[in-house]
Structure formats: C-alpha cells, structure tokens
Ligand binder design. Structure first.
Ligand code: FEO
Ligand code: CA
Ligand code: CA
Ligand code: CA
Length: 606
C-alpha cells in the first residue's frame, strides 16, 4: 500500500510501561505540567478554589469539571499566543461534594453542577523558557455553562419540535450539555459535540404519546427522576412539563473564542444524536466537510458537506460567513460493506482469507438543506430525530463511533470505535467485516479513503487499521506490524494527527485491560505502519482525552481522575494532581521533550 511518506517520525521515544500509578507517566527525557485544573480562574475576578466552600458564583468564573476536548487556536504565526478552549463533559457530584446525598441534592449543589458543565475559553502563552503552556488573565476568559444563551441555526431552527414555553420561537436555548469531543475549524472557531444529554432529563415515564415515547427511547431517555435531580430546580429538565426541551440538546455547538461577547450556536444541519464531536476538513473548492460519530453501541458514522465555501482570512466578516457554513448542506450516514465472504467473519477476530478486514462504503444522503431525502420523514424530523432517519436507510450499526479525524498528510480518514460488548449478543446485530468481533471489549480503528481523494465523495474504500486489545491475544491486529513490538491498548476514543501523519489515540477503557488509560501514537504509512507505542498514561480512574499534538508540545485532558467504583469525596480514588490526600481535580496536562545540551525545549519525538 502507498507508503512513500518516508520514515516514521514523531514516534522516537521509549514506550511507557502500562501501569496503575496515580500519576501522569511520561517517557524518559520529557517533562510535564498541569496547565489548568478544575477550579482554576478563567474569568477575571474568579475567587480561589476552595473544595469545602464551593459556590455556583465561584464556579461560573472557574475552570469547570471533567475536561474532555481541548482546542488550541494560535493568535500569532508562531503559536506563542493562543486561545485554549476546553469542554466540560459532565459532573460527578458524589466526588465533588463532601456528604453529597444523591436523593436530596441542595439547590446550590445543583447550580454548581450547572456552572461546572459547558466550556472554558482562556488565553494561553507558550513558555519559551520552561517549555509548557501558561494560562494568563485576559479579556477573552469566558465560561459557557448550562445557563448561557445559544442560537439555534440551520434548517430545523424555529421548528415546532424545538419550541418551549420559555422559547416560543424555537431559536434560543440556554446552555450546552455533556460536551465530549470536538474540533478546531479552519476558520478559527471550536466545534463541540453534545453527547449523553439523555441523562439530564427526568420523568420520561410520564410521556404517553407513542410517537414521542418512541423518539425518547431511541435516544436512551427513560425512567423517572434523573440522576442529578435537576428537574426539581428547573422545569425545563422535566419532560412531563417541557417535552421539547430535550430536543434542544444533542447538537454540535460552535464557539468563537475571539469574541467573548458572541452568542455560541447550535447547528441543526449536522443532525441530532449523541454527538461525540465534529471535525472539519475542506474540499478542494473550499466546502466544509464535517465528520461525526454517534457514540452508542450499534449507532452510526455521519458526514455533512456544506453548500457554501469558506472565505479565507481572519476578518470578522469572514468569520461571520464561515460560521454559517454548517447551516446549509447535505447530511449523510455511512453504510459499509465487507469484501470477504460473510462466513469468513466468524466473530472471533480471525482475519479473513484476504488478510484484511476491509471493503467499500457509501455515504447515504438523509437531507439536503430544507429537503428530506428519507421517505416518510420531514426535513425537520430528519434533523431532530436523525437516528430514526438513519435507521430507515439501513446505515451500518457500528461499535460506538467516537472521534473521526482526517490525516493531514494522506487525506485518509480514521474513526475510533471504542468497544461494544453486546455485538453478537442475543437480539443484537452480529459481527460484520467492519465490526468483526463478537463481544468487542477493546474496540478498533477504522481507516478509509474517499473516492478520488475528494472529501465530498459519496463512496469510499475502508479497512481496519487496528483491532485493539492485548497484542498477545490472537484476536488483535496492528496493521500487520510485529505484535511483539507494540503496546497493549483498549477502547480507543479520541484521535489527533501530528504534522507527519502519525495518528495519536487516547483511550477510555474503564479498566478493560486492568491498566490505566493513556495516549498512544501509531504511524499510518511506511514500514512502521501499525507500530503502536504508549506515550503517556493518566492517573487511576481517569480517562485520557482531548489530545492536542503540536510539533513540540502534547497536551491531554485528564478526565475524571479517581472515578473508581464506590469512590466519593470522603473516599476519593485518587489524589492527583494536588497530592497529599487532596480530592482529585480534572486537569489539562502539557508534555514536552527536554532537549539535549541544556536547551529547554525539544521537538516531540524527534
Ligand atoms: Fe464522552 Fe464518547 O465519550
Ligand atoms: Ca476482507
Ligand atoms: Ca469521548
Ligand atoms: Ca468519555
């Protein structure tokens, strides 16, 4: 296959040994630093973090909980001065508050939870002496929370399905929820996916209309009281009172960090599901293509292609134009077909006779602008209940599609498929060539090339790059590389590329291999294609997410350190990063190489 991009670079370090340390473990010759942690100041006058005296007012000015995606947007040509934008996916109140009673949360605890969700925007400077990234006070410091107004845009904005008593126009939503992965756009904004929004809405069991109930069920919204009991303090989280509020979550949001007064938007044209994130690449003629995963067992991969073209340049007018690109275009879902006989895909993970899990794919259109392409559904229904539209066209049920990223060197596209222990279980879809293992505990990584290298193409060829797990296990595959030379990996989640086309993969395993989660790198071309190496591991109970990989700095979000069964603020599962028995704090960590000869900064992995 192709190759030709020269020797693998960016991977020249000694792999970290898999471990269960309560620490961020990095290779020899590298340094690390916490860039920002839960409770650190974001907005100018934020008070000092005080674990035992938290307030909602303080949290509204401080870095939120459970950082997931991070995007670094340079403000100068050298990337010395940047905006750092970070998602706060969710809260774990038992670990945030001493003596928390899940059956009877206080209003202040609930309001702190609202303020700890959303996003943070800060200004961050590269530190030429120490080598890391330093957050500095600035007028750009901004917290977006569950109470920040968002504008709904695109073809479903204003739809009856999106109207509530507080917003009879269906165009303004308060807040964003469960922001998981995301992407930096070529026009300098940040996209962020609203993922498991289902968990915040109570009293689904009081919805009796069968159509409404079917829609709720398809999105995993069920039961009586919600986990956090927000519906006790704001009616909009009570489905019995405000049945449409839930339809206003599950979107991709866009934030402009350059304008702290801007109203962030929710793009209805990208569809509504448990959005892991959205990442943008441009077609040759400047249209924006958004790749998206719906992170649920047996859910789908999506692509959106804009009608309009990006206007280059950094002016306000250009950004205003470009921030509308994701409001008009065509939304597609993926259908994958294997090229080996079905009987050779037996669920064991054994390779078929042609030596590869692979085949062809097509992007099936669901809607274009305000026109539905799915029989029996209106365009508004396709956008708001996208999962039901994709069900109807026979999209391929995948093993939890998460982050999707295009390789900047080759143009090939990669998707992390985290895992799916239910593959092949009674009543569920069985193995197929794109999801070849029954009871898939460790996930895999899909690779494809769009026909003709055109990002807007409607067909593609695909293959599996990695079938994850313990390399000693026969059901794993590392692109044919010598398995005695690779690191064990389970549950790939977020993806990033360095400028050399090496794929960086962070994991979210909940202990499936008995080792801490981490950040890995694998060359995708040349003779070292498949040589997966472990670059760092995160503390006990934490998930590694939101990697940023620049030429001389890697950052990773350490999400939910200490989140171990039965942990609480009284019995935390970790004391990272503060140590000394302190409660753990989700944080963004920077890692860089210390160069030889006393120079403080080296290039990552060169
Ligand atoms: Fe929030 Fe799919 O991970
Ligand atoms: Ca095959
Ligand atoms: Ca994720
Ligand atoms: Ca996660």
């Amino acid at each position: 296959r192709g190759g030709g991009s020269g020797p693998a670079i960016g991977t020249d370090f000694e792999s970290v040994t898999p471990n269960t340390e309560d620490a961020v473990v990095i290779p020899t010759g590298y340094r690390q630093q916490v860039i920002i942690r839960w409770g650190d100041p974001v907005v100018g006058d934020a008070p000092r973090f005080d674990f035992d005296h938290q307030t909602a007012a303080a949290q509204e000015a401080q870095f939120g909980y459970n950082c997931d995606f991070a995007g670094l947007i340079p403000r100068d040509a050298l990337g010395q001065d940047n905006w750092l934008v970070v998602n706060h996916e969710y809260t774990t109140e038992p670990e945030m508050f001493r003596g928390y009673d899940p059956d009877d949360p206080t209003e202040e605890q609930v309001r702190i939870g609202w303020a700890a969700h959303g996003l943070s925007v800060v200004r961050a400077l590269r530190d030429p002496v120490a080598g890391g990234l330093r957050v500095v006070p600035s007028r750009y410091g901004r917290r977006i929370t569950v109470r920040t107004p968002f504008e709904l845009t695109g073809p479903a904005a204003g739809s009856e399905l999106l109207r509530t008593s507080a917003d009879p126009t269906g165009r303004t939503v308060l807040g964003t929820l469960n922001n998981c992965a995301g992407g930096v756009t070529p026009w300098g904004t940040v996209l962020s996916g609203e993922e498991n929004f289902n968990q915040y809405f109570g009293n689904a069991d009081q919805v009796t209309d069968p159509v409404a109930a079917e829609r709720l069920a398809r999105y995993g919204i069920s039961g009586g009281a919600s986990t956090r009991k927000w519906e006790r303090f704001d009616d909009r989280f009570d489905l019995a009172v405000e049945p449409n509020e839930v339809n206003r979550f599950g979107w991709v949001v866009e934030v402009d960090p350059s304008d702290p007064d801007s109203t962030p938007v929710k793009h209805t044209a990208l569809g509504r599901f448990k959005h892991e994130g959205a990442t943008i690449r441009l077609t040759e003629d400047g249209r924006a293509v958004a790749y998206q995963g719906d992170d649920e067992r047996f859910d789908y991969l999506y692509k959106f292609v804009s009608r309009g073209r990006m206007v280059p340049g950094n002016t306000r007018a250009a950004r205003r134009h470009n921030m509308r690109l994701l409001d008009d275009g065509t939304l597609y879902v993926a259908r994958l077909t294997g090229d080996s006989p079905a009987e050779e895909i037996d669920g064991s993970g054994a390779l078929p006779a042609d030596g590869e899990f692979g085949g062809t794919g097509e992007w099936v259109p669901l809607a274009r602008g305000d026109r539905s392409l799915v029989p029996g559904m209106t365009a508004e229904e396709v956008y708001v209940f996208t999962r039901l539209a994709a069900d109807r066209v026979g999209a391929t049920k995948m093993d939890r599609p998460e982050d999707v990223e295009a390789n900047p060197v080759t143009g090939r596209v990669y998707a992390a498929l985290t895992n799916n222990a239910n593959r092949g279980a009674a009543g569920s879809a069985g193995p197929d060539e794109a999801n070849p293992r029954a009871g898939n505990k460790h996930g895999h990584v899909l690779e494809w090339e769009e026909a003709g290298g055109d990002a807007a193409a409607t067909t593609f060829r695909w293959r599996l790059l990695l079938v994850c797990g313990d390399p000693e296990s026969p059901d794993t595959y590392f692109a044919g590389f010598d398995k005695s030379q690779v690191s064990p990996i389970t549950s790939p989640d977020n993806l990033a590329f360095d400028d050399h086309g090496n794929l960086w993969i962070s994991t979210d395993s909940t202990g499936a291999l008995g080792i801490n989660d981490g950040l890995y790198v694998v060359p995708t071309e040349g003779e070292r294609r498949g040589e997966l190496k472990l670059f760092l591991t995160v503390p006990r109970g934490a998930e590694a997410c939101g990697p940023i990989v620049t030429e001389d700095l890697v950052t990773v979000c350490v999400q939910h350190p200490g989140e171990i069964d039965g942990s609480s603020a009284e019995r935390p599962g970790s004391d990272w990063p503060d140590g000394g028995g302190a409660n753990p704090r989700p944080s963004v960590v920077g890692v860089w190489r210390t160069g030889p000869g006393g120079r403080g900064v080296g290039r990552i992995g060169r």
